[in-house]
Design a protein around this ligand. Structure first.
Ligand code: URA
Length: 270
C-alpha cells in the first residue's frame, strides 16, 4: 500500500476532520518514535504506522469502517439531506467524519438492514450491477390474500416490470396471507414494489433482513447501529471478491469518545 498523508491517516483513524487533525499535528501532539511530526502532509509508509503516537499513546490505525444500521422508516438513504431526516445523525459522533456511505439504497419507507462503509472499493463492488448477492426482504402487501403458486412461478421465471425491464428470477416464499419473504439477486429502483405491482399487489410494508452474508442483528432496534464483527467483514469482502482488510476489528483511536451519544442509545458495540 502506498504511503498515506499523516492528516488522512489520523482522520481515517478517528481523530476528527482534516482540519482538526492538522491542528493536532501542528501542536506537536503527534510523534514518531517520540519525536513530534509537525507537518500534516508528511507521507507515512505503512511500515512506520506502529511508530506513531498521539499524546504518547500508540496510534490505533483503522482505515476502514463498516456499520450495520437498522434503518427506521422515514429516513432517506443519504448521509446528509437539506430537508429530510437522513443517516448521519444515526452514526455515532466519532465516526461521522469518516467518509461513510450507504451500500445501496432503501426507500424512505423501507426499514431494515443497511450497510455503511468508507471503503470505496468495497462500496463500488457492492453497488455494482454485476454484484449478484442475495437481498432478502419481508413484504406485506394488499390485497392480503394468500400468495398463489402462479405468483411464485412468475417471480421464479423473472417478472417484466412496468417499463419493460426484465427481472432476474427471484424467490417468493409465502409467509401468511399477504405476507412473503422475497429474495432478489439484483437491486433495481423500487424493485420489490414494482415486482409486486406487476402481479397486482401493493406493498404496504417492506423490511430488509439480509444482504449477502449479512443478516440484520436482532439486537438492533430501528435506528440502532453497530460495527460489523471481524467474521462479518471477512465474509462481506469474500462475497465481493476482495481480500479482507488488514487489522479488521481493531478499536478505533477515538478513546473514551467512542460511545455514540446519539439516537436512542441502541448503538451496540461502538
Ligand atoms: N425494493 C423496493 O421497492 N424498495 C426498497 O427500498 C428496496 C427494494
Amino acid at each position: 500500500m502506498s504511503p498515506l498523508r499523516l492528516d488522512r491517516l489520523l482522520s481515517e483513524s478517528g481523530w476528527g476532520s482534516r482540519t482538526d487533525v492538522r491542528d493536532l499535528v501542528r501542536s506537536g501532539r503527534v510523534t514518531q518514535d517520540g519525536v513530534p511530526i509537525r507537518d500534516p502532509s508528511r507521507k507515512v509508509p505503512e511500515t512506520d504506522w506502529d511508530r506513531l503516537a498521539v499524546d504518547g499513546h500508540p496510534l490505533k490505525v483503522r482505515r476502514s469502517i463498516h456499520l450495520m444500521l437498522h434503518k427506521p422508516a422515514g429516513i432517506v438513504t443519504a448521509m446528509e439531506d437539506a430537508r429530510l431526516p437522513c443517516l448521519l445523525p444515526l452514526v455515532p459522533a466519532p465516526l461521522r467524519t469518516r467518509g461513510l456511505s450507504p451500500a445501496g439504497r432503501l426507500d424512505r419507507d423501507t426499514t431494515g438492514l443497511l450497510l455503511l462503509t468508507n471503503d470505496g472499493l468495497l462500496l463500488h463492488r457492492l453497488t455494482s450491477p454485476a454484484w449478484h448477492v442475495d437481498k432478502v426482504y419481508e413484504v406485506s402487501v394488499v390485497p392480503d390474500t394468500a400468495f398463489g403458486q402462479d405468483e411464485i412461478d412468475r417471480f421464479d421465471r423473472g417478472l417484466i416490470l412496468d417499463d419493460g425491464t426484465s427481472c432476474r428470477p427471484a424467490l417468493l416464499v409465502p409467509m401468511g396471507p399477504g405476507l412473503a419473504r422475497v429474495t432478489l439477486r439484483e437491486g433495481r429502483f423500487h424493485q420489490v414494489k414494482r415486482m409486486m405491482a406487476a402481479i397486482g399487489r401493493t406493498v404496504a410494508a417492506l423490511h430488509r433482513t439480509a444482504m449477502g452474508p449479512l443478516a440484520l442483528d436482532p439486537a438492533l432496534s430501528p435506528g440502532g447501529v453497530r460495527e460489523l464483527t471481524q467474521g462479518e467483514i471477512a465474509a462481506l469482502y469474500a462475497s465481493a471478491g476482495l481480500p479482507a482488510p488488514q487489522g479488521i476489528g481493531e478499536a478505533a483511536g477515538v478513546g473514551d469518545a467512542a460511545g455514540s451519544g446519539v439516537g436512542d442509545g441502541n448503538s451496540v458495540g461502538i
